[in-house]
Design a protein around this ligand. Structure first.
Ligand code: UD1
Length: 422
């Protein structure tokens, strides 16, 4: 296991390039199971979630080759199993996409309940409702979900909540189904559009991704092709917030500014200078940011995955800020860690009130999950003195080369293997 040791207090300065979207690639790799040919996926981030989902495909019979330029080539023609190994499935949330992908390919899937970040109850009832609406029978025995049918037939699904996972999983299950499937109240996150674009590039016929209504016109076959993953919205947001929290000046490159609009608006409201260019954003924060009120919402609202990071920034802002989490029922578990660094935060139900302090101080903290880990990382970069984050495992799941990228911006941080310390 590795720890992260940070010597904070240095403003981040310079340029950083954002990698491919984690949440897009962890859906697109399972989607490749549906492709009857070879697909080459470009701009694949080097993160541990990609390693796990790639291993899952390999264990099902796919041939996955990582190329020198960072692309991943997947040949799924020899996939011959629909029951991925439980121990690997449990390592990440996105392995639930194998249910939709395998059901779409074999009319059969047997997958255990996924793992991933724990921020409250995370059921998959909406995914199941979708599979049933297109003709599958879904049994849950213990922690294993079995979905099967003789034939998937197009149907209509209304999602009670605009679930990212359910929207993508239903697209995967129905892209090769017989007939037309309609998803109403679909989620609109950028990675949903990316998955639809990938499938369309392979020969699918999906319309409306990015709007409330997605129409999937089933096709007989998906062939191979090349597709490039969009930049990671949350990684971009992490660098933007880190620049503001350390009072730095950073040009974040390889971003889609439209995906960052709510964060840009909030940072601007806090007195941070944000300049948008075609595919980059500069964040410049020479003075202390001021308070803000934020509520997380499905896209195009403020992303829940930037909630903890934003709270870390609010902890340093002038005045009293508030953060309301509407997507998950328990996503403030990291607050104690920020308190250890001197933050003044009170949580009442789904709202945190944050009384900004002029400075945070380094401390020994725990990384509770992926984005909570990123939040303590950013707090540690802004804080005076030394911060030790107990594990890199969560951060490694979703951040490609984070230490190298932060170091290039002038930060002082290093990965220390616990074994080395003993
Ligand atoms: C995805 C993202 C995650 C992000 C989240 C919200 C991936 C791999 N993960 O997670 O980073 O935080 O979107 O933007 O892309 N829900 C149900 N029943 C369901 C499905 C969801 O009640 O069947 C609830 C969840 O408990 C949660 C909310 O809906 O409260 C949002 O979940 P969802 O949009 O599905 O998120 P994930 O796909 O799990």
């Amino acid at each position: 296991m590795d720890e992260l040791v940070i010597h904070g207090g240095t403003p981040l300065m310079g340029e950083v390039t954002v990698s491919g979207s984690k949440n897009a690639v962890v859906a697109i790799i399972p989607a490749a199971v549906l492709v009857d040919g070879v697909c080459r996926i470009e701009n694949v981030p080097n993160i541990s979630d990609v390693a796990v989902i790639t291993e899952l495909l390999t264990r099902l019979g796919a041939v996955c080759t990582r190329l020198d330029d960072g692309s991943l080539e997947i040949d799924s023609r020899k996939v011959n199993k629909y029951n991925p190994p439980h121990e690997l499935v449990k390592k990440m949330r996105a392995s639930y996409y194998l249910i939709g992908a395998l059901l779409g390919r074999f009319n059969n899937a047997q997958v255990c309940m996924p793992g991933g970040c724990n921020f409250g109850h995370r059921p998959i009832d909406l995914h199941i409702k979708g599979f049933e609406a297109v003709g599958a029978t879904v049994d849950e025995v213990g922690e294993v979900i079995t979905a099967y049918t003789d034939e998937l037939k197009g149907g209509s699904i209304y999602l009670d909540f605009a679930s990212v996972g359910a929207t993508i999983n239903i697209m995967l299950a129905t892209v090769r189904a017989n007939g037309v499937t309609t998803i109403e109240n679909a989620a609109k996150e950028p990675h949903i559009v990316d998955v639809a674009n990938f499938l369309n590039a392979m020969g699918a016929n999906i319309k409306g991704a990015g709007t409330d209504t997605i129409k999937i016109i089933g096709v007989d076959r998906l062939g191979g092709g090349t597709y490039s993953i969009i930049p990671d919205q949350i990684e971009a947001g992490t660098f933007m917030i880190a620049a503001a929290a350390t009072r730095g000046d950073v040009l974040v490159k390889n971003v889609i500014p439209r995906h960052m609009e709510t964060l840009t608006a909030k940072l601007t409201e806090m007195g941070v200078t944000v300049e948008e260019f075609d595919d980059s954003i500069r964040v410049y924060a020479p003075t202390r940011p001021t308070r803000a009120r934020v509520k997380t919402m499905p896209y195009p609202g403020f992303p829940t995955d930037l909630q903890a990071l934003m709270v870390a920034l609010m902890a340093l802002a002038e005045g009293i800020s508030s953060m309301t989490e509407t997507v998950y029922d328990n996503r403030f578990q990291y607050v104690d860690e920020l308190r250890r660094m001197g933050a003044d935060i009170n949580v009442d139900g789904r709202t945190a009130m944050i009384r900004g302090v002029p400075k945070l101080v380094g401390a020994n903290v725990t990384s509770m999950d992926l984005r909570a880990g990123a939040a303590v990382l950013v707090a540690g970069l802004a804080a005076e003195g030394k911060t030790v984050i107990n594990t890199m495992a969560h951060i490694d799941r979703g951040y490609d080369n984070i230490i190298e990228k932060m170091t290039a911006l002038g930060a002082s941080l290093e990965r220390v293997s616990i074994a080395e310390k003993v």
